[in-house]
Design a protein around this ligand. Structure first.
Ligand code: GLU
Length: 275
């Protein structure tokens, strides 16, 4: 009698353990999430050259190509991707909440961010620069920004750097996205915009008669693919996908196609370290 009463309970425990081993646990990894043929990816919508949502609804840019390559390595074709906008201040939250499966959005790998998310990569390296109006003569680099209105984006490493290094002399104006900073610059509401040179170069390429870059890059930014902190397996697989993209020649081709016209030196691929 006792045996008969215990048996179903034992069976239930066994069944649950089996389910966790086969399905439940795997669902939390990127491979598990991609099993249904779809992935939700966080990118920027307003960064020409890196990731831009065109008027025809298509997404183009180097970050977009990296995202598509990684998705494909998990068996997800472009048609299976849902793109979601991931602005600077939203990236950690989108990943932690599971609103996106991963982020490819000019996302610098930092120790502080690693407290909340994991990074694969890096897949690109750039540095912070300064963008001004083409007619500007006074601002020649970050050291000439005293008393000037400088625009950057909330929660970016760029705004953080300005606060820690130029805070006394600069009036920092923060917006939610870089395209708004560029509009403010063109309208004369700010004097300069700062963020990664590769992002700024994309705006110069769109308006070469109105905008220019000044000075030399003054930080090192290593872009990683952001994903759930718990997904160590996913991190290793995405890093391997990045190495394959580089090895196949796709990485260089995409860079030339998307950034080639922007007037910045195209860097070599960085060493993938987050594995
Ligand atoms: N790469 C820097 C960052 O991750 C600046 C660019 C951005 O805000 O996306 O904060």
């Amino acid at each position: 009698m006792l045996f008969r009463r215990l048996l179903p309970a034992t069976a239930v425990v066994a069944a649950l353990t089996f389910a966790a081993a086969c399905g439940g646990a795997a669902d939390d990894t990127l491979a598990g999430k991609a099993e249904d043929g779809g992935l939700t990816i966080g990118i920027r919508f307003d960064q020409p050259g890196m990731a831009q949502r065109r008027l025809d609804g298509k997404y183009v840019g180097f970050d977009v190509d990296v995202a598509k390559y990684v998705a494909q390595q998990f068996g997800v074709p472009e048609s299976g991707i849902t793109w979601k906008e991931a602005r600077s201040a939203d990236r950690e939250r989108l990943i932690a909440n599971g609103d996106v499966d991963f982020v490819v959005a000019t996302y610098s790998i930092t120790d502080k961010r690693k407290e909340q998310v994991a990074f694969a990569g890096p897949y690109f390296q750039t540095g912070q620069g300064v963008l001004v109006r083409y007619t500007e003569n006074d601002i020649t680099g970050p050291q000439t920004l005293n008393g000037k209105r400088l625009c950057s984006v909330t929660a970016s490493t760029s705004a953080q750097k300005v606060k820690s290094e130029f805070a006394q002399g600069v009036e920092l104006v923060e917006y939610g996205q870089y395209s708004d900073c560029v509009i403010a610059l063109l309208a004369g509401n700010v004097d300069a915009v700062t963020t990664d040179e590769v992002i700024l170069a994309g705006y110069v390429a769109e308006n070469p008669e109105l905008l220019k870059l000044v000075g030399e890059p003054f930080t090192t930014e290593r872009y990683g693919v952001g994903l759930a902190k718990s997904d160590a397996e996913g991190r290793v697989e995405v890093s391997a996908a990045i190495e394959r993209m580089v090895g196949s020649g796709e990485w260089r081709k995409s860079l030339e196609r998307n950034i080639g016209q922007a007037g910045v030196r195209l860097p070599d691929p960085p060493q993938v370290t987050e594995k």
